[in-house]
Design a protein around this ligand. Structure first.
Ligand SMILES: [Zn+2]
Length: 232
């Protein structure tokens, strides 16, 4: 991708309009940044689609709704947690991914964009084959990107915006700014991951500061999976 450094915000584990999600969306609205919300279909609060439409309108925030697994169950073990991975056959994975997509497409209608984020950022070759078969447009995981072999695009996150998962401590602002600055160059796509339900007061403060710092980087374009997928 030639042109600006692109950046997207991926918000994981969305199920309901909780106080933390509302607070987060107020921040996005205030800065005018779009958010890619990853909704867990099997835990969906039936009121969420209506609430998000209302909040999106009133806050002027652009929201893209995509799929975060099916139920977010752990079918792995304590050491390697996953919903989609080696212990799940291709047909089991296919049934779960398809069922989850149908729930979200039914609940959100045209607001649902077929991007898939596997829980725990874990998946195997079967997961990728199923996503291809079911016509998903985007995979978003963490780390190395899969481009070329499949027809979906891979827009994975490369910065955990707020947490060190070992300690559950917020990442200090200078480290976050350094990570983004080292990744954001023309033609690049930087993905920031947020787990809003784990955020405390300090984490919200740091996020506010990070968003404020990003305003000084006017070369960076804040975008969504859908926009990125349409560009390639
Ligand atoms: Zn998750």
């Amino acid at each position: 991708m030639v042109r600006p450094p692109y950046l997207f915000w991926r918000v994981d584990d969305v199920t309901a309009l909780t106080p933390n999600l509302l607070r987060l969306l107020e921040l996005f609205g205030g800065y005018g940044y779009p958010a890619c919300l990853q909704v867990i279909p099997g835990q969906l609060d039936p009121g969420l689609p209506g609430s998000l439409r209302e909040v999106g309108r009133s806050l002027g925030v652009s929201l893209l709704i995509s799929q975060h697994g099916y139920t977010h169950a752990n079918h792995g073990g304590e050491l390697y947690e996953y919903e989609f991975g080696p212990a799940r056959s291709r047909s089991l994975q296919s049934a779960d991914i398809r069922a989850g997509g149908q729930i979200l497409a039914g609940a959100f209608g045209p607001d649902f964009f077929p991007a898939f984020t596997p829980p725990n950022n874990a998946f195997d070759e079967n997961t990728l084959t199923v996503l291809e078969e079911l016509g998903y447009r985007v995979l978003s995981q963490e780390g190395r990107r899969y481009m070329g072999k499949y027809s979906f695009a891979d827009f994975s996150v490369n910065v955990d915006a707020l947490l060190d998962f070992e300690t559950l401590e917020p990442t200090p602002l200078p480290a976050l700014c350094h990570s983004v600055a080292s990744l954001a160059f023309p033609g690049s796509v930087t993905g920031l991951m947020i787990h809003h339900e784990l955020m405390d007061e300090r984490a919200f403060h740091i996020l506010h500061e990070l968003m404020s710092w990003l305003r000084t980087r006017s070369d960076i374009e804040h975008t969504t999976f859908q926009h990125l997928a349409e560009m390639i």
